[in-house]
Design a binder for this molecule. Structure first.
Ligand code: NZQ
Ligand code: ZN
Length: 384
């Protein structure tokens, strides 16, 4: 196992009705800015429930944060927050709203052009504290310190992270996910699945507990993911998916092990240029990525085949082929297509995707930094 430092300061309020408890989580006298997305929380009544829980607190609102939140929109929230002397933020929504709120939190006290936080990795020395009410289990943003922001003007989708950007608290009420359209339910399962794979399917370092945690989370998604679609009212299923997605990317399974994240980097460029949902890009890239890098990932692929898909017999390479095929079939069974062509993107789009990677400095990706631009191109081609 590799050395690691692990600290996760986010308090989790899990279960039905927990929004009622957020009043006690917010500092007395705080001026709170509630942030939300395109309106689902207005329609579902979640925003009203949050405001009710904050009766007596000074509250402002900023709605309209898009899926794949943009710098351009978030800057408007930064201006509002500065003007109204906001000292606490409350994100109500999915990963996009929480990510956007992390950027707002960092940008409010930032001197200079806040885009430098992403483009130049400018150091963040302070951030406005914030909490979240999660409505879509997928990203893990509710219990991690990372965010992904898009600059519309230049089609850059870039990630950043900072320990000051862990939420102070997050409410995880599985009942709030019952209103999700099937596409977002499926997206959430795929995103969480690939988060686990990015931290698990690298090379062995004798990290037995991380491996077993990761395999347990993958098996839970394989068992419960299809049920969330076929039994849409089953709250136990939703609860298990919600907690799995959080544990998939709260630092626990990634501590002390090598991490890949190349599937995400190739996926981000597909979203930036073609607007495909984040999880859909991962479903496109992952099977191809595993094929292209099967030699460097051989030992872990054999372990994945056995422990996650129950493939124990025959030649190791045939087992790896079957495990990759099972992975593809799992995504397809959730109605998340796994080919670029299924989203109307032709092979002629690949050079521009590779050029974006180059422009963003993504020239040596993966746990061994072995994925150069030529290999990335092969991945896109195999995913065509
Ligand atoms: O915008 P509204 O109207 O709220 O609707 C949203 C949105 O259209 C809707 N929705 C959310 N909760 C709902 C609901 N509709 C009905 N009922 C509910 N309870 O779902 C749509 C998608 O929401 P979004 O927040 O965009 O989805 P997700 O949570 O998948 O977040 C995706 C973003 O997170 C980033 C992605 O790149 C993408 O920008 N990621 C963030 C990560 C992190 N911070 O650690 C890691 C991930 O790998 C990922 O990159
Ligand atoms: Zn993701």
């Amino acid at each position: 196992m590799q050395n690691f430092t692990y600290q996760n300061p986010t308090r989790i309020l899990f279960g039905q009705g927990r929004i009622a408890d957020i009043g006690g989580q917010i500092p007395a006298g705080a001026r709170v800015l509630i942030t939300y997305g395109g309106g689902s929380v207005v329609k579902t009544g979640t925003l009203a429930e949050v405001k009710h829980a904050l009766t007596g607190v000074t509250v402002f609102e900023f709605g309209g944060i898009e899926a794949n939140p943009t710098y351009e929109t978030l800057l408007q929230a930064v201006e509002l927050a500065r003007r109204e002397k906001i000292d606490f933020l409350l994100a109500v929504g999915g990963g996009s709203v929480i990510d956007g709120t992390k950027f707002i939190a960092a940008a409010i006290p930032f001197a200079g052009d806040p885009w430098d936080i992403l483009a130049k990795r400018a150091p963040i020395t302070s951030a406005v504290p914030f909490g979240s009410v999660l409505t879509l289990p997928a990203t893990g943003s509710e219990m991690n310190d990372g965010a992904v922001i898009t600059k519309k003007a230049t089609q850059d989708k870039l990630a950043f992270s900072n320990p000051r950007l862990f939420p102070q608290f997050s409410v995880l009420d599985p009942a709030k996910t019952l209103t999700l359209p099937p596409r977002q339910v499926a997206n959430g399962v795929v995103d969480a699945f690939v988060h686990i794979v990015e931290q698990y399917l690298t090379y062995p370092v004798e990290a037995r507990v991380q491996d077993r945690f990761a395999e347990g989370l993958l098996l839970t998604l394989i068992e419960e993911g299809p049920r969330a679609l076929s039994e849409p009212d089953n709250l136990d299923v939703r609860a298990n998916i919600m907690w799995t997605a959080t544990l998939a990317l709260n630092g626990l399974i990634g501590a002390g092990v090598p991490q890949d994240w190349s599937t995400h980097m190739l996926g981000h460029e597909i979203t930036a240029l073609h607007g495909v949902d984040h999880a859909q890009t991962l479903a496109i890239v992952l099977p191809a990525m595993l094929h292209v890098r099967r030699e460097e990932k051989h030992a872990k692929l054999v372990q994945y085949a056995a422990r996650v898909w129950g493939l124990h017999d025959g030649d190791e390479n045939a087992r790896i082929d079957a495990a990759i095929e099972r992975t593809r079939e799992f995504f397809e069974s959730l109605s998340v297509p796994t080919r670029l062509s299924a989203y109307g993107i032709g092979a002629d789009a690949i050079p521009a995707l590779v050029a974006q990677l180059e422009r963003h400095g993504m020239k040596r990706l993966g746990e061994r930094r072995s994925l150069d631009l030529a290999a990335s191109q092969r991945v896109y081609e195999l995913a065509a």
